[in-house]
Design a protein around this ligand. Structure first.
Ligand code: NAD
Ligand code: DAU
Length: 332
């Protein structure tokens, strides 16, 4: 397949591109990425000279750029998005623009060029919080944050292009990813890198919120299974089956790094903070996919990666991240 992957310089998109090039010798990948604060070409150093890989710097909201990138491909896989909940609370505008508006521009290209597939990479956050049974794909959407609402808007636009114009759409909704190359604004890389530097770990609220964690490599394999074997028009949850409280995650990181519990610093809660995410991933299991990586091993490998890749995260933490972090955590 000849794929257009958007947002491929980010955390998950870069893992996805690497895995496609490794697994399918005849596939080609064009990566369209705006290189926002979260985009980082260092994530793709090992594949950048592969003749089957091409990079275009550009915005998915720009129809001309998208047209050029999408003309000769078989399918689009859309990872490009504004992704951090706390930033969406500070300033929702860019989220609506990229996560809904940019999605529409990509769908328009998929329609124009009669692509074989359009896959929208979405999130469990569109369902909102559950205290009961894990979410299934037919559950109503009840997003709590501007980020989640924007992603829900992107999902609905995707389904509308399927129903109205016959674009062969697919949607995946994954739980919380973790692994190498994740921007250190997110819980796990923030707490690992802060702990390495003996800095406080700002735990929101009572620390008992629950997330379902999936190794990024497993998520990428799930997306690929849906891309190649999913039924057009359908939504597939990609869950990890690893529910943990934030406090449990924090304690595991401190233990692995042999750092004291006194680094844990309770701070005011995130507004609209969802209590628990949980996904029922049986529909994807029926396509033959289940996550393969154990949570504890994958978390240890992630901690080890940050411990041994300071040259990746130190420039980030002393650059754009710094102003964001000060604004975010001084509020509390
Ligand atoms: P990320 O923030 O690490 O990367 C996002 C990438 O998109 C960056 O490279 C950025 O430069 C690019 N981008 C942003 N706006 C763009 C635009 N207008 N045009 C072109 N490129 C743009 O994000 P991530 O964590 O890798 O998430 C990727 C996708 O997976 C997102 O759609 C996200 O909603 C979804 N998702 C993430 C998780 C998670 O836990 N991280 C879980 C489920 C779903
Ligand atoms: O569930 C999938 C989603 O997971 C993705 O769609 C999002 O793109 C991704 O950012 C992530 O959203 P979360 O809000 O769950 O992730 P985050 O890492 O921001 O926070 C995880 C949990 O940790 C959440 O309950 C808030 C808490 N937290 C987070 C930070 C950054 C803290 O207690 N302290 C912190 O400093």
């Amino acid at each position: 397949m000849n794929l257009l992957v958007t947002g491929g310089a980010g955390f998950i998109g870069s893992h996805f591109i690497r895995s496609i090039l490794a697994k399918y010798p005849d596939d080609q990948v064009t990566n369209l990425d705006k290189l926002t604060y979260a985009g980082n070409l260092a994530n793709l150093r090992d594949v950048e000279s592969d003749p089957r890989y091409a990079f275009i710097r550009g915005d998915i909201c720009d129809p001309e750029t998208v047209d050029r990138a999408a003309k000769d491909v078989d399918a689009i896989v859309n990872f490009a998005a504004e992704t951090h909940v706390d930033r969406s609370i500070q300033d929702p505008g860019a989220f609506i623009q990229t996560d809904i508006g940019g999605t529409r521009v990509l769908l328009e290209a998929a329609r124009r060029y009669s692509h074989r597939r359009y896959l929208q990479v979405s999130t469990d956050e569109v369902y909102g919080s559950t205290e009961g049974a894990p979410f299934v794909e037919t559950d109503p959407l009840k997003p709590s944050s501007p980020y989640a609402a924007s992603k829900a808007g992107g999902d609905l636009m995707t389904l509308a292009y399927g129903a109205t114009y016959g674009v062969p759409v697919l949607i995946t909704r994954a739980s919380n990813n973790f692994g190498p190359n994740q921007y250190p604004e997110k819980l796990i890389p923030l707490f690992i890198t802060n702990a390495i530097d003996d800095r406080p770990l700002p735990l929101y609220g009572d620390g008992r919120n629950v997330r379902d964690w999936i190794a990024v490599e497993d998520h990428c394999e799930g997306v690929d299974v849906v891309l190649r074997r999913g039924r057009v028009g359908e939504i597939y949850n990609v869950g990890g089956g690893n529910e943990r409280t934030n406090l449990e995650i924090t304690e595991a990181i401190l233990k692995a790094l042999r750092k004291p519990a006194s680094l844990i610093t309770p701070v005011a809660d995130r507004p609209g903070h969802d209590r628990r995410y949980a996904l029922n991933a049986e529909k994807l299991a029926r396509l033959g996919f289940r996550p393969r990586r154990g949570f504890e091993e994958a978390l240890s490998a992630t901690i080890e990666w940050y411990r041994t890749h300071e040259s990746w995260w130190r420039p980030i933490k002393s650059g754009e991240f710094r102003a964001y972090y000060e604004k975010q955590y001084k509020l509390r």
